[in-house]
Design a protein around this ligand. Sequence first.
Ligand SMILES: [Zn+2]
Length: 108
Amino acid sequence: MTKLEIRKKALLDRLKELDSRLHDIDAELVSHTNADWDEMAVEREEDEVLEGQGNQGQAEIAAIRAALARIKEGEYGFCTKCGVAIAEERLDLLPHTPFCARCAREVA
Ligand SMILES: [Zn+2]
């Protein structure tokens, strides 16, 4: 396997993992809509946490899909902002990142 194929596999594995986790979150949120009134307040709080996790997951899924598209275009591994090659160590930690470390700091 080439380095890029390894990255692609890592991205696809992560996508699958996020996908099944989001399904679990959805299932839990749906089950809460059938709850008794007494439980509603507690579950509402739980729902907010779950929805937060869900939104975070959705954002990561979008970033992973974009990274997979860049692999296809042959643009993967380069910062989408300044075009510099992203450090391998950074891609090891964040294979879906579209930014080099410097631009990521500016964006954040
Ligand atoms: Zn950059």
